[in-house]
Design a protein around this ligand. Sequence first.
Ligand code: 3HC
Ligand code: NAI
Length: 700
Amino acid sequence: MNLIMDDSVKYHVQDDIAVITINNPPVNALGHAVRAGLVAAIERAEADNAVAGVLIHAQGRTFPAGADIKEFDKPLLDPSLPAVCDRIEACTKPVIAALHGTVLGGGFEVALASHYRIAAAQAKIGFPEVNLGLLPGAGGTQRAPRLCGAAFALGLMLSGKQIGAFFAKKRGLIDEVTKGNILDAGLAMARDVIAKGTGVRRTLERRDGLKDPIANQSAIKDARSGIEGSVLLAPAKIIDCVEASLLLPDEAGKIFESIAFEDCLASDQSVALRHVFISERMAANVPELATGKVRNISSVGVIGGGTMGAGIAVSLLDGDLDVVMLERDAASLEAGLGRVVAVFERSVVKKRITEEDKNRKLARLAGTLNMSDLAGVDLAIEAVIEDRAIKEEVFAQLDAVLKSGAILATNTSYLDIDELASSISRPQDVVGLHFFSPANIMKLLEIVVPDATSDDVVASGFALAKRLGKIGVRVGVTDGFIGNRILKVYRLAAEYMVEDGASPYQVDRAMRGYGFGLGPFQVYDLAGLDIAWAQRKRHAATRDPDIRYTEFGDKMCEAGWFGQKVGRGFYHYEAGSRQGKEDQAVLDLIADARGAKGIKPRRFGDAEIQRRCVSAMANEGAKLLAQGIALRPSDIDVVMIHGYGFPRWRGGPMQVADQVGLMQLRSDLRRFDTADTQIWHPVEMLDPLILNGQGFGALN
Ligand code: 3HC
Ligand code: NAI
C-alpha cells in the first residue's frame, strides 16, 4: 500500500513497517504541516493492523534541523511540537528514527521521543536553541539527561555545538551508527526490533543517565557557576530545566520546561537573536542576484601583504583558492608571506588544522613583485595603504595586466570607490570588498557596489563571501560604508559625553555593561589613536566649523599617547600587558580641554550613556537607509554585530530601536538634539514609520 498523506509528510507501508518520510525542504523544519502530518501518520500506523513498527526518516539533505524559526512570531497552531513528540513516544508500536544531515533542536527532540535511533556516520547532532535565546522546548531538556546524564546534556544545550554520530552513540543518545544508506539501515533496524519483540522503549521511562545523582547535581552546580554574571536568560533556564528533569516526575518536568520555553520565546533576547538568524541569511538576498551571473573565481591576486592583505590571503587559502601575493619590495613580500605562514603555523599548534592541511594550503600560495604575474587571476584584491594616489596607481597597473572579465576589488575603508572605478577603463568590473581585521576570522564582508558595477560582479562578490564562510552585506558608496559611518557617530557620541563630563572609563564600563566586549575608548587604544588623528588632520582644512570638534584626542596624540602599541592611550599599559589601567593624567588632560572651552562638567548615568550611543547609531542607520546606502535595516544590524562587537543578543541598533519603539527613539533624539545636531537630529524617515505604527522591521 502506498499512500501520500501530505506533501510535507509522506506515508507508506513497506512489509510491516510504516515508513514516515518528512519532506519539507530545505532543512525539513518542523512547521505546522509537518507536525500535523507526523501526528496523522503515527495515528494511521497505530490503527493499521498490518503495521508492526514505524520508521521516521527525512528526504533531502537532512533530518529536521529544528522547529520552524519563522513560525515563532506567529500564533502557535496545534499540534505543538511537544505534543507531537509526546504522541510519537506514546505510540504503542516501536518507533525508529533514522537520522542524517543536521539533526538539530526540535529535530533531535523528535528523535529522542522515538523509541530507537540510528544515525548516518556523517550526521551531526545538537541543541542550537540557545543561539536563538531558547531552550529545547519539545521535551529535550527532560529526555536527553535521562539518556546521557546532566553534565553531557548541559554541555550540548549550553554550547549549542554539534557533535558527531559516533560520539552521540558513545554517550547513549543514539543506538546505532551506519556507514551505509540511512533508509536501508533504518528499515533493517526496524525489522530487527520487530523480530526481537523488544517493543516500545520510552525515553522518559529510562534512567540510564540518572544513575549517578551526585554527579548530576554537581553538573548543575558547575553549570550555574559557569554562567554567573551572565545576563542571558536561556542558559539559566536550560539549567533549571535539566535540574527539573532530575528532580521532578516526567509530566511535571515537561510542564516546567514548557513554561521556561514560553518565557524565553517571549523575551527580547530571543526576539533579537531570531532576528539576527534571519537577517544573516537575508543579507545575501540582493537585487543583482536576479540578473547577475557568477563569474568563476579560482585564483586571486592580493596586492599588499600587510595586516589586511595577509589576513585576506589566509581567508582565500582557507576557501581553497589559489593566491598570488604582490608586494612592493622583496623585504615586504617576505614579511607578507611570513604573516600568512605564521597564521597557519599557529593553527597547527592550536590543533585547529594538521601539518598536512597547512602544507596543502601553503602550496596554493605564491608571491611576486611583478604585476604581470597577476595576468591570469580571476580576481585581484588590493589592500595597500589607505592612500588614494597609491590605490589609483595600483588599479591602473591592474587594468593594464588583468585578463578581460577579471574582477578588481579594493579593501579601502573610506575612499570613494566610484572615483577609483572611473579612473580605469573597466569600471563595470570594480567592486569594494571590505574585509574586517583579522580578515581570516571576522565573518563580515561589506560588498561595496559602485554605480557602474555590473550585476555579475556583485553576484560574484556574494558567491565569494559564501565560499569564504563570510556574511556578505551589500553597501552603496559612502565615506565609511555602513560600519565605519556608524562607528563614527558612536565615537562622536562617546567623545561628546566625555567632553561634557563623563570619564572615558565610565563610558567604556557602560558600553561593556550593555554587552560590547570592549568600550569605544578601549577600541581606540587597541587600533591606535594615530590613525584617526591622521585622518582628522587630513580633513582639517575642510572641516565644518559649525560642527562640534573635541580636542582631547588630538592633545593625547600630540603627547604621543597612541594607545596599546606605545603602552599609553586612554589607559596605561604596563610593559607587555594588554590590560589597561585608568590614568589620572588622561583625566587631567580631558579636564583641561573641557576647561579651555568653558564646559562645566555634568554627571552621566550609565543608562543615558548607553541610550545616547545606541540612538546615535540607529539614527545614522536610518540615514544610510534614506540615502540608499544600506538595502534594509537588518543589514545594518548584521554589520554592527559581525564587524563592531554590537551584542548579538540585543539584535543590532535597528532592532533595539524597534524594541524601544521609534516614537521613543525620536523623542530621545529630540531631547539630545540641543547640540551636536549632526548626530542627534532625527532623520525624517522616522516620521512616516511612526505615523503608520511601524518599526524599521517593516522595511526589511
Ligand atoms: N526554521 C526555518 N528555516 C530554517 C531553519 C529553521 N529551523 N533552519 C534553516 N532554515 C532555513 C534558512 O533560513 C535558509 O533559508 P533561505 O534559504 O530562505 O535563506 C535555509 O533554511 C538554509 O539554511 P542555511 O543557509 O543556514 O543553510 P546551511 O546549510 O548553511 O545550514 C543548518 C543548515 C545547519 C540547518 C542551519 O540552517 C541552522 O543552523 N539552522 C538552525 C537550526 C536551529 O537553530 N534549530 C533549532 C530551532 S529552535 C527549536 O527547534 C525549538 C524546539 O526545541 C522547540
Ligand atoms: P598595512 O600598512 O598593514 O599594509 C599595507 C601593505 O601594502 C604593506 O605591506 C605595504 O608594503 C603594501 N604596499 C604599499 N604600497 C604597495 C604597492 N604599491 N604595491 C604593493 N604593495 C604595496 O595596512 P593594512 O592595515 O593592511 O590596510 C590595508 C588597506 O586595508 C587599507 O586600505 C586600509 O584602510 C584597509 N583596511 C584596514 C583595516 C584594518 O583594520 N587594518 C580594516 C579594513 C580595511
